[in-house]
Design a protein around this ligand. Structure first.
Ligand code: TMP
Length: 258
């Protein structure tokens, strides 16, 4: 494959220059980190699954009118996306208490929240992504009031859609993280959904058993990470029944040295 210019390398993805101006290629790695990269590992096959799951979700969100950076999937680990200027805010939407909110406020994991909560975290690894409020975001100019209005609006629409999508396949959407980016058109910009939506950035519990089908399996050393991600893909109808053809294909190619 011809060498491409690398634009950015994150913890779970790499961005390369795209084929046309204004596009990028988003490559999904198998690397996994937790607790601000204090814990590191690899989940073999995760990148393939997240690429496919995120493609599926972004395509459906596009179809209901949520603007996203997704253009199309290129191959098992890569997708073509629109280049955006990432808003330095991680948007977390919570339906049920788990993780940091449970710890911080002493709420038992699994407690249904009386209403959906949106939280914002300033994207800065050196600071450990501190939680911030609308006031901080406005004060330091990380996003405008109009942008934050659009972001909160989209976050709620995504939550409503995903809650239903997952409920339909026996999964509870506990919480998840979104990122947004600015798309510039001449002198104007609008915010669109960026990054990915996959079990890396969502808490997904089996509706019947509350079994964790997400990155908490890695964070908490529960094991069975790739099986959990596969199960999410399978329930979404993204895996051929009864076999792991997508992953088997890649292992097969790797062994043949392609
Ligand atoms: P938290 O309970 O640790 O704050 O996480 C809330 C949700 O956000 C959970 O689904 C995992 C996701 N998340 C990320 O995707 N990236 C992060 O850096 C953090 C802290 C959380």
């Amino acid at each position: 494959m011809a060498r491409r210019r690398q634009i950015y390398e994150g913890k779970a993805k790499i961005l390369y220059e795209g084929p046309e101006p204004g596009t990028l290629i988003q490559y999904f790695k198998d690397d996994a980190t937790a607790f601000n990269a204090q814990k590191k590992g690899t989940i073999s096959g995760k990148g393939v699954l997240n690429n496919r799951i995120s493609e599926h979700i972004f395509t459906m969100l596009g179809a209901i009118g949520v603007p996203t950076h997704f253009i199309r999937r290129l191959n098992m680990r890569e997708q073509l996306i629109r280049q955006v200027e990432i808003v330095p805010i991680e948007v977390v939407i919570r339906n049920v208490a788990a993780g940091s909110i449970s710890k911080r406020l002493g709420i038992e994991e699994g407690t249904q929240l009386p209403r959906t909560i949106i939280e914002y975290y300033y994207k800065d690894d050196a600071l450990g992504d501190p939680m911030v409020s609308d006031e901080h975001i406005a004060c330091f100019g990380w996003a405008s009031q109009d942008e934050m209005h659009d972001i909160a609006d989209m976050a709620i629409r995504v939550n409503d859609f995903l809650t239903g999508l997952f409920a339909g396949v026996g999964i509870k959407l506990i919480d998840f993280k979104l990122e947004f980016g600015r798309l510039w058109e001449n002198d104007f910009s609008r915010v669109i959904l960026a990054d990915e939506i996959s079990p890396d950035g969502c808490r997904l519990w089996d509706s019947q058993t509350n079994e964790k089908l997400d990155k908490d399996r890695f964070r908490r050393d529960l094991g069975g990470e790739v099986e959990a991600y596969q199960e999410v893909a399978r329930r979404l109808g993204l895996m051929p029944e009864g076999e792991n053809a997508v992953l088997d294909m890649e292992t097969h190619r790797r062994k043949r040295g392609r």
